[in-house]
Ligand binder design. Structure first.
Ligand code: KG4
Ligand code: ZN
Length: 341
């Protein structure tokens, strides 16, 4: 089973991006994404049925593009990896069914991967400009569907410390952005607009939860109610204060997770903080973490932007480590909308 050298085709279709990548061991040869943002923009959020249909029409062209850019023939592949979950079931089924049929026809090992493990293992992709973290470290996954703090002891030994009790951080960015009339996904736009705003112009509540869990729905409700109240008096309120609203909201969303990162790092004696997931692209969270890192002696790891939002290279690198441990899956593994770490 263990190949001296691996050519892994990885497929990621957990949400609204159809992605395929080819890796030669830890090195990424291609990393292709067919983005569905335009399909979902009109609805202000992902429509699962439309996402599954788009995956169906895009998966073959994206896989062909990944093979072509890597300049390898499918007969040279040594394993096929896919995202097993968590995610939207219809979307996951397209990627897993495609991966299974390809693995079956090429008689290759089939490797199911946990999407959020992929987000953290993206840090182990070969990159001469980046250090790789050493175990144990504090893993922090920040995405549209997840907000988790994990004690990461090994590649596939990740102990959840805390999670969101309601909305994920990216979801809070997107829903509050929608209330301000921003398109989907709103996170990157809030990041941009906030750079021209005052983060202390408006105050939103920071929930006080014990342990390492966080909550984002309270801020979302407070933000929505605040805008509603202001608009009663001035219908142009959002337009006139958009930058300050974005900066103040972003400040609050970041403070919530920052407090918990600091608490976990202190109490678990971890000084490497490894961030993954789409919200890790946020410029302010990077700035705030860097300030803390300087004061606390932490080393903070951010994945390169191409491996931050959903991508298939992160699924490929996770599969590489599965192969190193002689782990592979079978045709009977099923896609799982919810999947434990
Ligand atoms: O990891 P990801 O690509 O997909 C999921 O697994 O959910 O994360 C997508 C999330 C969206 O909520 C998007 O708004 C957010 O990441 N995001 C950002 C930024 N770039 C992406 N949020 C804040 N600032 C950004 N620069
Ligand atoms: Zn993700």
């Amino acid at each position: 089973m263990l190949h001296k050298t691996n050519y892994i085709l990885a497929i990621e279709s957990s949400c609204d991006d159809t992605a395929a990548a080819v890796l030669h061991d830890r090195k990424v040869l291609s990393n292709c994404i067919a983005n569905q943002d335009l399909i979902h923009k009109a609805y202000g959020g992902i429509v699962p049925e439309l996402a599954s249909r788009a995956h169906q029409s895009k998966i073959i062209p994206v896989v062909e593009q990944a093979l072509a850019e890597a300049n390898i023939d499918k007969k040279e592949l040594t394993a096929i990896a896919y995202t097993q979950g968590p995610g939207l079931l219809g979307s996951l089924l397209v990627g897993s069914a495609f991966a299974k049929s390809l693995a079956l026809s090429l008689a290759l090992p089939l490797i199911p991967i946990h999407h959020m493990q992929g987000h953290l293992l993206a840090h182990f992709i070969e990159d001469e400009n980046q250090n790789t973290p050493l175990f144990p470290f504090l893993g922090v996954t920040l995405s549209g569907g997840h907000t988790q703090l994990l004690l990461v002891k090994d590649y596939f030994d990740m102990e959840p410390l805390g999670t969101t009790l309601d909305d994920a951080i990216g979801e809070a960015f997107d829903k509050c952005g929608k209330r301000m009339g921003l398109g989907y996904p709103a996170g990157p736009q809030i990041d941009q607009l906030a750079q021209k705003g005052n983060p202390h112009r408006f105050d939103f509540p920071i929930p006080k939860l014990k342990g390492y869990d966080v909550s984002y729905s309270g801020v979302k409700t407070a933000f929505t109610n605040f805008i509603h109240k202001k608009e009663q008096k001035d219908p142009n309120f959002v337009r006139m204060h958009r930058n300050d609203l974005c900066a103040s909201l972003q400040y609050t969303l970041i403070q919530i997770i920052l407090h918990k990162i600091e608490k976990a790092a202190n109490e678990k004696h971890l000084n490497q903080i490894v961030i993954g997931g789409g919200v890790a692209a946020n410029s302010e969270i990077r700035k705030q973490l860097d300030i803390k890192a300087l004061a606390r002696g932490w080393e903070v790891f951010y994945p390169p932007l191409a491996y931050t939002t959903d991508n298939a290279a992160m699924i490929g690198i996770a599969a590489y480590y599965k192969l190193q441990q002689n782990h592979s899956g079978s045709l009977s593994d099923s896609a799982q909308a919810r999947l434990k770490m």
